[in-house]
Structures are given as structure tokens and as C-alpha cells.
Design a protein around this ligand. Structure first.
Ligand code: ADP
Ligand code: MG
Length: 690
């Protein structure tokens, strides 16, 4: 292998000149290979349709014989219509053209004709967009799926030009397309060979042919990506030597038995998975997913306890000071019957206290520290940091996580990322394929479902009355201001406006205001007052989204709810339903689009975060799921993470077997695949050397 004619420049393609070569270069197509792998994004369907099964309104191509004489009709000053009867199988169909009166003399009785157009099943009529007389023209399109490529408009390259060149290139270089998958893989999945699939993705004989080509190429794409991230994972394990420790399972068990409730099976399972990692010689790199309220904190506590038993310190990192305080309180309670010393380290400590906390950490007097970013500052050292847990990890950047990993010298601490954003498996194994993933897919028993209602803005008076009624009962409410995309400033303004309106409307209630422009100290102060029920109604932008726990809050009103993504609405809703009282989520929205309405209905129907994220993924597509900026998803040419779910699973498993097995590294039959992976930048070389 190694060098291939496919790597030569396009000059070799017959009929392609200097000008074209330059045009192609502008599109990023340098070599023959680049060209062959430039796939169409859709096909024009000129396959002959059976009208008996064609759908109303569908675009069809049919072949028939003209029957009778054409009739013309003037519709307006510059619009006319010509129509003629055509016999197609046993149908007599009216074919109509707009502004094609000149066809009159050509539409002669008995002539065979090919028609493409929109089928009106009820009037037996085709509105023709393209046609060919089959007795004079040797048809080019009939029966074919014609590829359509994405071509820059300003290059002067037409679809027909491009198609011709592609056709020529495939004819000329077909022989040189060598498969890199061994025959047994191709046989196992009944895949097309690479040759066949390149031909058929561009010029499929029919739908099935095109589908099979796509199936093969999607498998390759997903396999390569899985190989890449799994190699990365393997590499990380080599580069991050962990702590190979003994876990005192009995003690962990008795800790779990001492809790005021029994764990769900899902909690037990993920604790086992985490402890399993902690015993290994590599450093844990695990993502723990669990919906809001699924009970991640006790899981974290069990891991911190096991870590303590094996003689190490643990850190729990959270995005805000409020959360740090809250977690410290929960951990103190959970660890009440253990000797574990928990401390909190945040930016708001006085310098003296901060120094004292840091000192105790360094001396090893503190066993578990809960903190914000303050934890990863330069002068914070641990004596023996063995476990780092981050809660709501998406708020921490990659670099910050790396910093924390570096807080120990000779080994890497185990790291667990917890997130309450349920990520559908198909995305998780792609975006987080370099991590291990644990999932809590079960809720503690007996939890009350948050009642969710979608109301129109004109019913807002009722909403206010309901809020009033709840607050009079002693409960508290969140009111979330609408989200103005791309404009932090308008968000804040909205929140301020609503705050003022509510102050007027509820002069007897204490109302708080929270938004991103407040200083951390001010935010904490507002939250603290809300926590102590000194504030009954908290007006806020989405900054309250993360992890806040005020069990007495039973109602959340979300303005313009249709502007939020489903995942975000679900997170917001998770702020209520955390205590003993029935809770409510009121979505105020007047969505115009069907998807907007669908989102509101989904929220009303289900409280299950995984279900919601699955539906969200369907509505939005994988690209938008994480938000554009931090999608962490690769740009696949063909693969679609929803549609190609099964292929993804197969590719993942195959990649695992290859990477972790002996055969791939030793058996020459995988040589070609290794070359291909190297050529496509899956950094195999590093791994081989590493
Ligand atoms: P989250 O996953 O959102 O962080 P928490 O850990 O805050 O959830 O747990 C939510 C609440 O459920 C807490 O009050 C916690 O004590 C309680 N909880 C956790 N696990 C269980 C369980 N197995 N049975 C009953 N209650 C539980
Ligand atoms: Mg939590």
C-alpha cells in the first residue's frame, strides 16, 4: 500500500484541465481520492414510478404514450397552460405544463414520452417539471438516481460538469480503489466492498444499491472515529498512572447501610463501577450521568468514603459557592458517623481562613474538600489527593479539569465527572467515547412528579393567582425570565422588568432578583435569602439552572418557555419537586412553530430526563443537542447518529475488540486498515510508539 495512484493530482483525470483543477482545489479537492470521497448529499429520482403506489403530491417520473390532442388555456396576461392526455400503464393521466405553449406541435398522439413532475392522485394529473420525448432523444435520466453535490455557487461548476468528471474519475480509477477492511469483516456484515460503495454512492442503480453503499461508508466512518477515541482512551490510561488500591468493600457496604434510605439498584450499580475503576492501576476517567434528583450525591459520598478508607484525600468541585455550601452540608450529614473531616474552600473565605484551610489540606488533616474554582489555584496543595469529583462538569473547561488532575505528583487522581444532563447513549459514546460512562437511570422510590402545565400568555392572571396561593401556604416560587439569544444584556433587562412588575403586583411578598450581571457575592446573598425563606419569589435568568436545592420551593414559572431547549427546561424544572410538597412547573408560551408546541407537550407529558433528551435529539438533531459551541461531536460526512444507531453500536464494539485484542496489532491482515487509519490521522503511530 503506502503510495497509491489515488493520491495523485486531478490532472490525470481525462478531460479535466488546469482551470478545473484549480476550481476543485478551491473546494478542497486535491487528489483523486479527495474527489472519489466527495459524496453527493442527495439524489434526484428519475426512476420510473408505479402510479398505482405513488403518493399524492409526490414527485414522480413516469413513461407513457401521448393520447389525444393538446389543449391550451390562457390563465393571465403572462401565464398559460398546456395539457395533454397521456396513457401510463392503465391510467389515463393529464399532463400539464405552465408557459410551454410552444410544445403544442410536438405533443403528437402516439409519441412516447418521459415525464417528471408532481403527482395529483385525485385529479390524475401530473404538473410536469421535466420531460423527454423518447422517440428522438436517447434518454439520460430515465430510471436513474442522479447525484446532487454541494458545489460553491461562484465557481461556475454545474452539477452536470461535476457529475461527468466524477463519472470519468470512477471509470478511470476504479481498479485502484483498494479495500482496507479484511474480507471477513466485509463478509460478516455483508458489506459492499470499498470499490462498490464508491461507485454506488455516486451512481446508485437504485435505492437499495445506494443504501448499501451508504451503509458501508457509514460503518467505516464510525469505525474510524471509534478507533480514534478508543485509542485516545488507551493512551490516556498509559499516560495517567493511577492508584492501584484495595477497596474495603465491607466498610463501604456498612456505610451504605447506615444511610436513612436504601439505594436504588442504579445507584448500587454505578457505585460498583466507580469502585471498580478505583482499584485499577489506571486513573479513573468516568462520566456519571443521572437526572436531577436521581441521587448522585450519595454516589459521590460512597466514592469519597472508599477513597478515604484507602488513605487518600478527596475533592468535590462545583461551579458556584452556593452549591459548595450545600454539598458540604449534605456530606457532613452523610459522613456524620465516620471520622471524615469535610471542609469548604471558596473564593469568599477571608484570606486568613483560606490560608488555614489550605494548610490543613497540605498537612493531610482535611479528608474531603468541597469547593469552587478556588480549588485549582496555584497555592492549593494536597498531601495525598486520590479522587476528584466534579459536579455539573459542563461548567468547567477542559483545561480546568486538567489542572486538577495535575494536583498530584507521581500519579493521577481518579476523576469522576457528574452531570445532570442526560445524554442519549448514541451521543454519549461519540462525544464521551474517551471516557467510561455510568448511568443512573432510576429515581428513588416515592418521589412526587412535578405537575407541568403549559399556559398561554393571556392566562397569566391565573398563573399569578396560583403563585399567590402557593406563597400564602408558605411555599416559595421561582420565576424565570425569557431568554434572549446572544444578548446577555436583554436577558438581564427582562429579569429586571419582571422583578419590578411582580414587586408592584405582590407588595406584601419579598421578591428577589438574580441574574448573570450580579457579582458572585450578591448572587450568593440573594440565594441565601431565598434558601432561608426571607425571599418568597425569586425572579431569575437561567443562572439558577444548576443544582440549587431549595426544597420549600414548589413552583417555577418560566416565561417564553418555547425559547428554551428541552434539556434546559427540564433542568429548570428540576429546581422544584425537591421536598415533601407537590410541586408545579408552569410554562408560559405561545409557540408559533410545530416543534415549539411539541416541546411544550413533551414537557407536560414526561418527567423523565432521558426520555426528554431522546425526544430533544429527535427534534433538534445531534449538532444542536449540546449547543453549537461545545458540541464535542465530530462532523461526519455521512453518518447520522440517530439513524445509524445500530451501525454505531457495531462499530463501537468492533473498535473495542480491535484496540484491546492482540490480533489487530500482530496479524498482517489488518495492515491495510492500520495504514488507512494512519493516513487519515487517527494517530496510530503515537499509540504504537507509546
Ligand atoms: P442529584 O442527582 O440531583 O444530585 P441528589 O443527590 O441531590 O440528586 O438527591 C436528591 C434527593 O434524593 C436528596 O434529598 C437525597 O437525599 C435523596 N435520595 C438520594 N438517593 C435516594 C434513595 N435511594 N432513596 C431515597 N432518597 C434518596
Ligand atoms: Mg446534584
Amino acid at each position: 500500500m503506502g503510495f497509491s495512484v489515488l493520491d495523485q493530482s486531478l490532472v490525470g483525470v481525462k478531460g479535466i484541465g488546469e482551470k478545473r483543477v484549480r476550481q476543485f482545489q478551491e473546494m478542497g479537492i486535491q487528489s483523486i481520492r479527495d474527489l472519489l470521497f466527495y459524496f453527493p448529499y442527495r439524489y434526484e429520482d428519475y426512476q420510473i414510478k408505479d402510479l398505482a403506489t405513488a403518493l399524492h403530491g409526490e414527485k414522480v417520473t413516469v413513461e407513457g404514450t401521448i393520447y389525444g390532442h393538446p389543449a391550451t388555456k390562457r390563465l393571465s396576461k403572462n401565464r398559460d397552460l398546456i395539457s395533454v392526455k397521456v396513457v401510463i400503464d392503465h391510467f389515463i393521466v393529464t399532463a400539464t405544463w405552465f408557459n410551454r405553449a410552444f410544445l403544442k406541435n410536438q405533443l403528437q398522439k402516439g409519441r412516447p414520452i418521459l415525464l417528471t413532475g408532481k403527482w395529483d392522485k385525485y385529479r390524475l394529473q401530473i404538473t410536469v417539471s421535466e420531460y423527454e420525448f423518447l422517440d428522438t432523444v436517447k434518454t439520460t435520466k430515465k430510471g436513474h438516481l442522479i447525484p446532487v453535490y454541494s458545489l460553491p455557487a461562484d465557481l461556475g461548476l454545474t452539477q452536470a460538469n461535476f457529475r461527468k468528471i466524477m463519472e470519468q474519475a470512477i471509470r478511470q480509477y476504479y481498479y485502484a480503489i483498494e479495500d482496507y477492511l479484511p474480507k471477513e469483516v466485509i463478509d460478516k456484515y455483508k458489506l459492499y466492498t470499498l470499490k462498490e460503495s464508491i461507485r454506488a454512492i455516486h451512481f446508485p442503480h437504485d435505492h437499495r444499491d445506494g443504501k448499501l453503499a451508504r451503509r458501508r461508508l457509514v460503518y467505516d466512518e464510525l469505525l474510524f472515529y471509534q478507533m480514534k477515541i478508543q485509542l485516545l482512551k488507551k493512551l490516556n490510561r498509559q499516560n495517567w498512572p493511577g492508584i492501584k488500591r484495595k477497596i474495603d468493600v465491607d466498610k463501604v457496604k456498612s456505610f451504605i447501610h447506615s444511610l436513612p434510605f436504601s439505594l436504588t439498584n442504579a445507584q448500587k450499580r454505578v457505585i460498583k463501577e466507580i469502585l471498580g475503576d478505583m482499584e485499577q492501576s489506571y486513573a479513573m476517567n468516568r462520566l456519571l450521568q443521572g437526572d436531577v434528583g436521581s441521587g448522585k450525591t450519595v454516589v459521590a459520598a460512597a466514592a469519597l468514603y472508599a477513597n478515604y478508607l484507602s488513605g487518600y484525600q478527596g475533592a468535590l468541585m462545583v461551579p458556584t459557592e452556593i452549591l459548595a455550601e450545600q454539598h458540604m452540608e449534605s456530606l457532613k450529614k452523610l459522613f456524620a458517623n465516620t471520622p471524615i473531616q469535610v471542609e469548604v474552600l471558596t473564593g469568599s473565605l477571608t484570606e486568613k481562613n483560606r490560608k488555614a484551610v489550605i494548610g490543613r489540606l497540605q498537612m493531610g488533616l482535611t479528608d474531603v474538600v468541597v469547593g469552587t474554582h478556588a480549588l485549582i489555584q496555584e497555592d492549593v496543595y494536597f498531601k495525598r489527593l486520590g479522587l476528584v469529583i466534579t459536579d455539573e462538569q459542563h461548567r468547567f473547561g477542559v483545561e480546568q479539569r486538567a489542572l486538577l488532575r495535575r494536583k498530584s505528583d507521581n500519579f493521577s487522581p481518579d476523576v469522576l465527572y457528574m452531570t445532570a444532563t442526560p445524554i442519549p447513549r448514541t451521543l454519549a459514546i461519540t462525544a464521551f467515547g474517551d471516557m467510561d460512562v455510568s448511568i443512573i437511570d432510576e429515581y428513588p422510590a416515592g418521589r412526587k412528579k412535578v405537575e407541568t402545565h403549559w399556559v398561554r400568555p393571556k392566562q397569566f392572571a391565573k398563573v399569578l393567582a396560583f403563585v399567590e396561593q402557593q406563597v400564602r401556604k408558605g411555599r416559595q416560587a421561582y420565576v424565570i425570565a425569557p431568554l434572549i439569544e446572544e444578548s446577555d444584556k436583554l436577558d438581564v433587562q427582562n429579569a429586571i422588568d419582571i422583578y419590578q412588575q411582580l414587586c408592584e403586583f405582590f407588595p406584601n411578598f419579598k421578591i428577589g432578583l438574580m441574574h448573570g450581571r450580579l457579582k458572585p457575592k450578591e448572587k450568593d446573598e440573594v440565594m441565601n435569602r431565598f434558601l432561608k425563606n426571607e425571599v418568597q419569589i425569586l425572579v431569575s435568568t437561567t443562572v439558577v439552572e444548576v443544582g440549587v436545592n431549595v426544597p420549600n420551593a414548589t413552583i417555577i414559572v418560566i416565561y417564553d418557555a418555547d425559547r428554551f431547549g428541552l434539556a434546559q427546561l427540564h433542568q429548570l424544572r428540576g429546581r422544584v419537586g425537591r421536598g415533601e410538597h407537590q410541586s408545579y412547573c408552569i410554562l408560559v408560551a405561545d409557540p408559533k412553530s410545530e416543534t415549539g408546541k411539541e416541546r411544550m407537550r413533551i414537557m407536560e407529558q414526561t418527567n423523565d430526563g432521558f426520555e426528554i433528551s431522546r425526544r430533544d435529539l429527535e427534534l433538534r438533531g445531534p449538532g444542536d443537542f449540546f449547543g453549537v459551541k461545545q458540541s464535542g461531536l465530530p462532523d461526519f460526512k455521512l453518518a447520522d447518529l440517530i439513524q445509524d444507531y445500530r451501525t454505531l453500536e457495531a462499530a463501537k464494539k468492533d473498535a473495542e475488540i480491535l484496540i484491546h485484542g492482540e490480533e489487530f496489532w500482530s496479524d498482517p491482515k489488518w495492515r491495510h486498515l492500520k495504514f488507512e487509519l494512519e493516513r487519515t490521522g487517527v494517530f496510530l503511530q503515537q499509540v504504537i510508539e507509546g
